[in-house]
Unconditional design. Structure first.
Length: 596
């Protein structure tokens, strides 16, 4: 398979909804891959309008009255972004090689290990004008854009109803997003699925020829799946391979040391998970290839199947950590997310929220219950979304209106799904809590958890609206932001060059103590174990067994990390000190469980 064309060894993952909504326009002409969330078609329509007007072109709205309006909005927006990137790449190619030019920046940001970077360094040293001119021409031809990736969160897939209140065929949110992407002009692009399996979405993939390779095994549009462990990769990969869909990349993400929605494992830590992928990569390739070839044998003759890429993201913060993942664990690339929220050149963060992110410390980034989906959510305290929610609570009107309706998934009180962050649900749920047999203390805890639910559809979109001066939802201009815990150790406003230099070890933007990414993730899982201790009914054998399995997996992870340290794979002395402290905390918690 063609590699994802990027000369870089990292990508910028999707963040929130708006934060990376047009990041490719900002970074792709420097060869950097980045992801767009395409599930929120209302925001995409607003962004279409913004870019048409920016280019002095006529904007034609795609209204909700049109068939497949969601897909059409997405297709047109992705085509717009593609054209913007192409224009910028041409500008880079024709720029002069001056100290401040975009083409110089393109090559200066490349990793030193890149052959292209070495060619550029040779160009700088040449004195012979003829040879230098020839090499300059070669370098200009080598300028390639980073990939425009798109992300679909599989859990956001509400049915859309026709005038007879019947579900529109292939009209659900996720399926329409898929259709919009599939029918776009994007090339050398990747579609990233996150949040687990969605059978009808996965089955719909086979409707589009664009996901099939050419005879040499090259994909114009490839599939990547975000996973938290090897088992998940194998199950989803096999499911798709049997249906003639090849997964080109498994994007491993830490269960808890990540931004946005957090899907905790049963205590499996990132290091052991990466080790399993490392040991079983060939087996995974072979098994999926066999299933895939059987599925497409009658339709397609493929001389060579693409090699599966294994990438990793979640909490990476130093050059040393990045190198460890690539060299020892053999990751093909890494994802750097949250630090780029502090880089206005790369992401959409409004000024007020940017200042709060810069000041954020460990205590400010919490594993919350804010998501209406019922999935834990890493969340910045003190953003204006929290203030909006609290004001509604003080007005004795908890929750919010539900203008976007993307996260309507609860049928506890209604036949038609509603959102748990909505006024309607919170009123009904609060009444249920108040009339329950719970103690007053338990009622207060349940109500507090309920009131944490936040209107993410709006809050995660408003940063782009603020930056580009358009209104998204009237009277709801608050912002929600969902960085990973790693952001607490970054406190500047960084240029794209600075962060790229930091990633490749040419500069260090961190100051002060920061735990190793493996230690931080372990600390987060220990906090989670403490929560389990407080919520587990140990008289219930199933719950008790789950707690025991979780703590045992953490113990196994600690032993694995000890082997890495004593095997000189990880050399920082502080790593072992922190690891032993974590081990002690787990012993304390499990002892409390034994006497519970």
């Amino acid at each position: 398979m063609k590699n994802a064309i990027s000369p870089h060894q990292f990508h910028i993952p999707v963040m929130g909804i708006a934060y990376t909504i047009d990041t490719p326009v900002k970074v792709a002409h420097f060869g950097i891959n980045s992801s767009i969330s395409i599930i929120e078609d209302h925001l995409i329509e607003k962004m279409r309008e913004y870019y048409y007007k920016l280019n002095n072109e006529t904007f034609q709205p795609i209204t909700k009255k049109e068939p497949n309006f969601r897909a059409k909005r997405i297709t047109d927006y992705l085509n717009l972004i593609s054209e913007e990137v192409k224009k910028k790449v041409e500008e880079v190619k024709t720029a002069a090689f001056s100290s401040t030019s975009e083409i110089t920046k393109y090559f200066e940001m490349l990793p030193e290990v890149s052959e292209l970077k070495q060619k550029y360094l040779k160009f700088l040293q040449l004195n012979d004008s003829s040879e230098k001119e020839n090499l300059e021409s070669e370098l200009r031809e080598e300028v390639k854009p980073g990939a425009i990736e798109v992300n679909i969160m599989t859990k956001i897939d509400n049915d859309q109803l026709d005038e007879n209140k019947e579900p529109v065929e292939n009209g659900s949110d996720a399926l329409q997003a898929l259709k919009g992407y599939a029918e776009s002009d994007l090339e050398n692009s990747t579609l990233v699925f996150s949040a687990g399996m969605n059978p009808r979405l996965f089955n719909y993939l086979s409707s589009f020829k664009t996901f099939s390779p050419d005879k040499n095994g090259n994909f114009q549009k490839a599939i990547a799946i975000k996973v938290s462990d090897y088992r998940s990769a194998l199950i989803q990969g096999k499911y798709l391979a049997k249906r003639g869909i090849w997964v080109s990349e498994f994007r491993i993400e830490s269960g808890l040391n990540c931004g946005g929605h957090a899907f905790a494992t049963d205590g499996y830590l990132l290091g052991p998970i990466m080790e399993e992928f490392k040991q079983k990569k060939d087996e995974l390739q072979s098994e999926l290839a066999s299933l895939y070839r059987s599925a497409v044998a009658e339709e397609t003759e493929i001389s060579a199947l693409p090699e599966i890429k294994i990438t990793v993201q979640g909490g990476i913060g130093t050059f040393e950590e990045d190198t460890l993942l690539k060299d020892y664990f053999q990751a093909d690339a890494t994802g750097w997310g949250s630090p780029f929220l502090l880089c206005p050149e790369a992401t959409n963060v409004d000024k007020e929220t940017l200042e709060k992110l810069q000041k954020a410390k460990e205590k400010d980034i919490i594993l919350s219950h804010s998501s209406p989906l019922g999935v834990r959510f890493n969340y910045l305290k003190g953003a204006s979304g929290e203030e909006f929610r609290r004001k509604n609570l003080l007005r004795n009107k908890p929750g919010s209106s539900c203008p976007e309706k993307l996260l309507e998934s609860n049928t506890e009180f209604t036949e038609k799904p509603i959102c748990t962050a909505s006024h309607k649900y919170q009123k009904l749920k609060l009444k249920q809590i108040q009339h329950s047999d719970l103690s007053n203390e338990e009622k207060a805890k349940e109500a507090e958890k309920l009131f944490q639910k936040e209107c993410l559809c709006t809050g995660l979109c408003n940063s782009a609206a603020k930056n580009y001066n358009f209104s998204f939802v009237k009277k709801m201009d608050f912002v929600t932001v969902c960085p990973g815990p790693n952001l607490a150790y970054f406190d500047g406003e960084y240029s794209l060059q600075e962060l790229t230099d930091h990633i490749y070890g040419r500069k260090n933007v961190l100051d002060g103590y920061r735990p190793h990414m493996f230690i931080k993730e372990l600390q987060l899982y220990i906090d989670y174990l403490k929560e389990l201790l407080d919520t587990t009914d140990f008289s219930n054998k199933r719950e008790a067994k789950k707690f025991t399995r979780f703590s045992q997996n953490l113990d196994e992870g600690i032993n694995y990390y000890k082997n890495l340290f004593f095997g000189n794979v990880i050399k920082e002395h502080q790593f072992l000190t922190d690891l032993l402290i974590c081990e002690s905390r787990i012993l304390e918690i499990t002892h409390q469980a034994e006497v519970a």
